[in-house]
Design a protein around this ligand. Structure first.
Ligand code: SF4
Length: 404
């Protein structure tokens, strides 16, 4: 049997293989605590203590729950806790956590809906597939017995800022694995309610799994574990989660930016990497300005070309002389093939005639430039045949040539 797996271990591998390697293979210590994780832990702890009392039929008032939250927050809060979203302060997260508990209390008082079996219950069981077995561990936030419906309820508290959809609840992988763990102890757990409390939204989401679905989930979990054990390459996977990752300072994607954050302005500007980026980005800016200038010049040339055509037509002079160069003006009529968008019926008629006459291979597609090339070599008889599909177009152009 291999090492033990948890939902967060499997999830870490799926989100970023390199993070998985740092954390579970190299076993590097976790040093960064983020404010979101801290707030979640304190809310979970306050609810755990509250429900331990509920289990013994002691229902404390809301202010007890809030002062427990306050006590735990003040005891454990450290200035080193990382606040990734700079627009929020630690105070904002404190208030958010408190609001979660106030809403929760209002929603579920008087807390007599179910019987509390366990709070923060560690589960251990073996995931099986044929002869393969893998140890799985997890923590159930709260396990209740619903005596009216005679079912277990697995409750999971979430303090995340995104709300799970009902469809996502139907596809979730974590709570069904906990249900499998319960099943190894209680056959009644075959029917279990899976309940998520999205505390920031004051919303409860419920789902359940059939026996067949649980078998599939077990098999899927084993497949995921096998993929982890077979993995030889652990590339970094850049995502929004990087800002919350403990290993940014050693990760090949982030180690330079993280190192630069610690330098003063002087040392920062002298860093060879910073110099490369600065030069590259200056050239990029120059390119942008040159492109804009070229577009401006082309517009100006366009206007001069129009004036040159007018001049040539007025003067009856198709070569206009200049100091070193000459402008050669051409005004001619060309046969024009319709585009499919302009006239689908004609485009299809022309295409079919070309195909039927074995000429389609010569143009390979129906467009004016290919057609005009071929019109020079096609017999008049065939040109007459397709003339009805074509229209005449006046071409006016100007070419700059060296003087002979
Ligand atoms: S910083 Fe991002 S890419 Fe690097 S290990 Fe962490 S999650 Fe992966």
């Amino acid at each position: 049997m291999s090492s033990s797996y948890s939902f967060s271990k499997i999830e870490s591998f799926e989100k970023c293989k390199l993070q998985y390697k740092y954390r579970y293979i190299d076993k590097l210590p976790l040093r960064i605590e983020t404010i979101e994780a801290f707030m979640g832990i304190i809310v979970h702890e306050a609810l755990k203590e509250f429900y331990e009392l509920v289990k013994n039929k002691i229902i404390k008032p809301e202010k007890w729950l809030l002062s427990k939250f306050d006590e735990l927050w003040k005891k454990d809060y450290k200035d080193s806790i990382k606040i990734v979203k700079k627009e929020f302060s630690a105070e904002d997260y404190y208030e958010k956590g408190k609001k979660c508990l106030m809403d929760y209390y209002e929603e579920y008082k008087p807390f007599d809906q179910t019987k509390i079996v366990k709070t923060e219950e560690s589960v251990f069981f073996k995931l099986k597939q044929n002869s393969d077995e893998y140890k799985f561990t997890g923590i159930i936030d709260r396990l209740d017995w619903n005596d009216k419906e005679k079912v277990f309820e697995i409750h999971d508290y979430k303090t995340s800022a995104t709300l799970m959809t009902q469809e996502e609840a139907g596809q979730d992988f974590q709570l069904p694995l906990y249900q499998l763990a319960l099943l190894s102890k209680w056959p009644e757990a075959e029917k279990t309610k899976l309940i998520w409390h999205f505390l920031l939204f004051n919303k409860q989401i419920e789902s359940s799994r059939t026996k067949e679905q649980l078998t599939e989930i077990q098999s899927l979990a084993v497949d995921k574990i096998k993929a982890i054990e077979a993995c030889k390459e652990f590339p970094p996977q850049k995502s929004v989660l990087c800002d919350w990752c403990d290993f940014q300072e050693i990760c090949p994607l982030w180690r330079h930016p993280k190192k630069m954050e610690k330098l003063d302005e002087n040392k920062y500007k002298k860093d060879p990497g910073v110099k490369l980026v600065t030069s590259y980005s200056e050239l990029e800016e120059e390119k942008k300005q040159l492109k804009a200038k070229i577009a401006e010049i082309e517009q100006e040339q366009e206007k001069i070309a129009e004036a040159a055509v007018e001049f040539a037509e007025r003067e009856g002079s198709w070569i206009i002389d200049g100091p070193d160069k000459q402008l050669v003006v051409t005004v001619k009529e060309e046969l024009n093939a319709p585009s499919r968008k302009e006239d689908t019926e004609k485009w299809e008629g022309l295409r079919n005639t070309l195909i039927e006459s074995d000429r389609y291979v010569e143009v390979s597609t129906v467009n004016s430039s290919m057609l005009n090339k071929m019109l020079k070599s096609w017999p008049q008889e065939f040109i007459d045949k397709i003339k009805g599909f074509l229209s005449k177009k006046t071409i006016k152009k100007v070419d700059l040539k060296n003087k002979r």
